[in-house]
Design a protein around this ligand. Structure first.
Ligand SMILES: Nc1nc2c(ncn2[C@@H]2O[C@H](COP(=O)(O)OP(=O)(O)OP(=O)(O)O)[C@@H](O)[C@H]2O)c(=O)[nH]1
Ligand SMILES: [Mg+2]
Length: 441
């Protein structure tokens, strides 16, 4: 990661500002050293996104984790020397630490101790833009960090409580605990309100088919989203560039309009309760009609990423939803054998590139096909005055035939079965029975 060329002034300034850290991982007997290194690469990338640099990596071979200090006692002593030698400001562990481990390590090393989840939460906090994302991040931080950082919370009474919040006889920690609990309750209420609003918005769009992009962080979801919907969502070589959900309308080749949502990516070793705290952001995916799972085909840990996403979908209870696997960044794979191997391993996946646009049209056609495969036909006779209903049909259905008759516009449309109730409700009295010859397909 370090460049050997002389640094420019701007770069020197950037590096001097950045914190330096040591990354620590455990390798269990028989486990693949490659995988451990790959995890550490990810930690390094996460740190980079958070604005810090890893100056040293340490891997300890160990059968069991030490419940008190995660690594063995000897390693802790070694770490004390290394921290001084490398001028490290933090040590990050590639595993989630228990509150006791954080406390003991902090005492032994005297610098900031981080684990995977804390680092991810830090990036989340940095990237959260909307009130919804900020609220979720703060809630997740309080719930995760609170038992781990007890003594660092003394500023809280000033921030949230103000003068006089300290009750008689209470110790500082008790006051902090009470304040945090109150804050958590407040944030949960606020999130419930936001979710309620969102639910109403979604109900208004009940007649439109919804696709959601899901996938590992940095897979290229936002890039694909921008390409398909002509939007301008931040797409960067950073982990968790997207935290907020964006929903946009787009038109499929058949002419039908659908909604596409882009949202936060997934990552390995994220505790289930942290995933759950993003429930409101992930609601678009949860309530979509079909998931488009985007994976980075050029990443060495592709299989692992795909499995993580599958597991996370199960955590969210949506593993049963129809989905399409998209292998992105195919432009990066020049080797023909590698392409063949990918096709063999994932026969139903679509290989594409959000960068060059290669095969994106095939993706749109598959999305269309998906709607058509589970669609039904409706016939309606619209008076010439019903222009609103006519345009509603053009955007939410595939118009198969249209005849302008003296009695009005006779129209036959195909609609996604999932949205039949909502569409019927909008058209009500204008619907006609479909002729038998039409409904047989
Ligand atoms: N070569 C190549 N790079 C791509 C392609 N698609 C995306 N990228 C790059 O991959 C990086 C991540 O892309 P994003 O679209 O931000 O990925 P994301 O899945 O939205 O990531 P998060 O929001 O951080 O979870 C960016 O630097 C993109 O330019 C592709 O098809 N080919
Ligand atoms: Mg994104």
């Amino acid at each position: 990661m370090r460049t050997l060329l002389p640094l420019s002034d701007a770069e020197r300034h950037e590096y001097s500002d950045r914190e330096r850290g040591i990354a620590v991982a455990i390798s269990r007997k028989g486990s693949d050293r490659h995988v451990v290194d790959e995890y550490l690469d990810e930690i390094e990338q996460l740190c980079h996104t958070a604005g810090a640099d890893i100056v040293l990596r340490i891997v300890q071979e160990r059968e069991r984790l030490d419940p008190a200090t995660f690594v063995g006692k000897g390693k802790v002593i070694e770490l004390q020397t290394l921290v001084a030698e490398y001028g490290a400001q933090f040590v990050i562990f590639d595993e989630n630490l228990s509150p006791v481990q954080v406390r003991n390590l902090q005492q032994a090393l005297g610098i900031k101790i981080l684990d995977r989840s804390m680092l991810i939460l830090d990036i989340f906090a940095k990237h959260a833009r909307t009130i919804e994302a900020k609220t979720q991040v703060e809630l997740a931080q309080l719930q995760y960090l609170y038992p781990r950082l007890t003594r660092l919370w003394t500023h809280l009474s000033r921030q949230y409580g103000g003068i006089g919040t300290k009750g008689p006889g209470e110790t500082q920690i008790e006051t902090d605990r009470r304040l945090i609990k109150e804050r958590i309750a407040h944030l949960q209420r606020r999130l419930r309100d936001i979710e309620q609003q969102r639910r109403l918005q979604r109900q208004e769009r009940a007649s439109t088919f919804r696709f959601a992009l899901v996938g590992y962080t940095n897979a290229g979801k936002s890039s694909l989203f921008n390409l398909i919907t002509d939007a301008n969502v931040r797409a960067e070589d950073q982990l968790f560039a997207t935290l907020d959900t964006t929903v946009r309308r787009f038109t499929l080749p058949s002419g039908i309009e659908a909604l596409l949502s882009d949202t936060v990516g997934f990552i390995r070793k994220l505790p289930a309760n942290l995933v759950a705290s993003f429930h409101s952001t992930l609601a678009e995916a949860v309530e979509s009609d079909m998931l488009v799972h985007v994976a980075d085909a050029s990443h060495p840990a592709l299989d692992h990423h795909i499995q993580t996403v599958e597991k996370t979908l199960a955590t969210l209870g949506i593993e049963w939803k129809p989905r399409l696997l998209v292998l992105n960044k195919i432009d990066r794979i020049a080797d023909r054998d590698q392409l063949t191997a990918l096709r063999e391993q994932y026969p139903s996946a679509l290989l594409l590139s959000a960068m060059t646009g290669y095969n994106v049209h095939s993706l749109l056609r598959r999305m269309d096909q998906f709607i058509l495969d589970d669609s039904t036909r409706l016939a309606a006779l619209l008076p010439y005055s019903a222009m609103r209903e006519l345009s509603f049909l053009y955007t939410n259905a595939i118009v198969e035939s249209r005849q302008d008759t003296p009695d009005g516009i006779a129209i036959i449309v195909r609609i996604p079965r999932a949205h039949e109730p909502a569409i019927r409700a909008t058209l009500r009295h204008l619907l006609q029975p479909v002729e038998p010859s039409f409904s047989q397909q």
